[in-house]
Design a protein. Structure first.
Length: 124
């Protein structure tokens, strides 16, 4: 019984160390932004422009931010500075989601260990 409790406590400590590392990563995450940033090359619509006949000579790339608002897709053209900033923030949001999902996965492993430890406490 004491050996099992020691094993559970050791496992719990490992989980707590991993969780603390994730929390530290979370604290280091910068600003976050929803949506995505993409780039597009466009034709201008002028018949005499080279972009009309040669896809390699299309205009751009132009940066766009896209997200869902109230169930509808919304896009907005971005300046170069906006695109560079939002690309970092969107990536930060993805990292935040990855960390959050890892914390949830780890919490699901911790729950049965804590419950078993509580059971062993009441048995003692």
């Amino acid at each position: 019984m004491a050996s099992r409790r020691a094993q559970l406590n050791a496992r719990l400590r490992r989980y707590e160390e991993k969780y603390q590392k994730l929390a530290a990563q979370l604290a280091e995450t910068g600003y976050v932004y929803d949506g995505t940033v993409g780039r597009q090359w466009l034709t201008c619509g002028k018949d005499n422009c080279a972009c009309a006949s040669d896809p390699a000579r299309r205009h751009g790339p132009y940066a766009y931010w896209t997200t869902k608002l109230k169930g509808r897709t919304v896009s907005r053209r971005l300046s170069l500075a906006e695109a560079q900033l939002l690309e970092v923030w969107v990536e930060n949001r993805r990292e935040l989601e990855r960390i959050k999902n890892e914390m949830i996965r780890l919490s699901k492993k911790v729950a049965p260990v804590l419950l078993e430890l509580q059971t062993h406490k009441s048995d003692a």
